[in-house]
Design a protein around this ligand. Structure first.
Ligand SMILES: C[S@@+](CC[C@H](N)C(=O)[O-])C[C@H]1O[C@@H](n2cnc3c(N)ncnc32)[C@H](O)[C@@H]1O
Length: 225
């Protein structure tokens, strides 16, 4: 939303390296990056780095009240704003690297879709690896990971390093169209078949893998880890 721009910019000034952008993403990028969220069943969707919630809104529209939507945001101001606006989303103020703990606390053994809004190219190698390991560890064997990159930054070393990490972590990585209307233009990586993923443990009744209705919702408020 254009009205989110001042909030976003203020957080960029305070936390440039975690915010990683001066403006929120646009609706075209949000549509592309959330396309893997199933329109049927009861999927478990994790969102990393929701910021002011442009991807959150798109995920919620696709879920239309089904499944679980856990949003992990490290910035307390973003997390509080998101929880106020989206009472149906389980907002957790945490580092995305702690995703395993977040899911354990919620008794979610595996995840169908992870949508990332994280600024990977602003992260050092160790952080990229730690968060990607957490994502791969969380995904169901049939799960999908989507994340975006700014087109102009693709030649930069951290962006190339992240792309190599993706290629090692997933058997299939496809690159979406460039969304020229986004500021700045960006593209989506669609990652499938996490390398080394085995059969997930059986889900507790009512959760996981897009089958049964979600048993619980945390509702409004921000949970910590
Ligand atoms: C580039 S902004 C994207 C925000 C939003 N998804 C969008 O596209 O407009 C990156 C977001 O990731 C969050 N973030 C950065 N590092 C994080 C981490 N380690 N764990 C969780 N969130 C993080 C930032 O606070 C910010 O909200």
């Amino acid at each position: 939303m254009i009205s989110d721009a001042p909030t976003f910019l203020a957080q960029f000034v305070r936390h440039p390296f975690t915010t990683g952008a001066v403006l929120p993403s646009g609706p075209g990028l949000a549509a592309d990056i959330t396309a893997a969220v199933p329109r049927t069943g009861h999927p478990v969707v994790v969102e990393l780095g929701p910021g002011t919630g442009v991807f959150t809104r798109a995920i919620q529209r696709r879920l239309a009240g089904r499944g679980r939507h856990v949003a992990v945001e490290v910035n307390p101001a973003f997390a509080a704003g998101l929880a106020r606006r989206h009472p149906a989303v389980e907002v957790v103020r945490a580092d995305a690297a702690a995703l395993g703990r977040v899911l354990l606390d919620r008794r979610l053994p595996s995840v169908d879709v992870v949508v990332s809004g994280l600024p990977w190219a602003a992260f050092p190698a160790g952080r990229q690896r730690a968060i990607l390991d957490a994502v791969v560890g969380a995904l169901d064997a049939g799960g999908v990971f989507t994340t975006f990159a700014y087109r102009h930054a693709l030649p930069a070393r951290p962006a190339r390093r992240f792309r190599r990490l993706l290629d090692g972590a997933f058997e299939e990585v496809t690159v979406g169209r460039t969304v020229w209307g986004n500021l700045p233009p960006a593209l989506v990586y669609h990652c499938r078949r996490p390398a080394g993923a085995g059969s997930p443990p059986p889900a507790p009744a009512g959760t996981g893998s897009g089958c049964a209705p979600a048993a619980t919702r945390c509702g409004a408020g921000v949970a910590g880890t």
